[in-house]
Design a protein around this ligand. Sequence first.
Ligand SMILES: O=C(O)c1ccccc1N[C@@H]1O[C@H](COP(=O)(O)O)[C@@H](O)[C@H]1O
Length: 208
Amino acid sequence: MTKIKLCGLRRLEDVAMVNRARPDYAGFVFAPGKRQVTADEAEILRQQLDPAIAAVGVFVKAPVEEAVALANRGIIQLIQLHGDEEEAYVKELRWRTKASIIRVLRVRGPESLRDLDRYDCDYFLLDTFSGNAFGGVGRTFDHSLLRQVRFPRPFFLAGGLDPENVKAAIEQVGPYGVDTSSGIETAGRKDETKIRAFVSAVRKEEKP
Ligand SMILES: O=C(O)c1ccccc1N[C@@H]1O[C@H](COP(=O)(O)O)[C@@H](O)[C@H]1O
């Protein structure tokens, strides 16, 4: 079954909606922007999140200490590196935490998808290249670029996925998981109708 990650939870209401929808992963954004949460806010949200849902921290060039502290306090179980971080950064994370690492590739063209063996990560996540915005902008990229690519690790597909386009994207790309943030929001807030529609679009007609 395709895994589901719902990202950008900020409020206790968001957590309640996500608990009801039962995705596999939920994301807290620690990068500056409209979805950013502090460590203390994330701790409260994690306490209310269903323990069966793994929490992912999303970082853009954050100090290593920040990601390590959140992981070692049990607030997040996975670290999503969304800022083209260097491999030395990952090496330090590996030394200092047991959290799984998601390496984000921001896809501009075929060159973004070369030499994937050089990355030390547990998962890849493919997102649309959006310059200095880094992520969470709700734009898709050309999925046909993935056709000939051999991924050495499981990958999540992200970037502009929503309840209407996710099923076709899964059929075309066959990812390990799908990830969305903007696509389950209305007027900048998580929307339970869209969350439910997204989850049922992914799980509908999938064989276990
Ligand atoms: O959501 C954000 O604000 C964000 C900020 C900085 C880096 C990543 C961010 N979100 C991630 O972006 C992708 C795609 O999101 P969308 O569905 O296109 O809105 C997703 O992995 C989010 O975790």
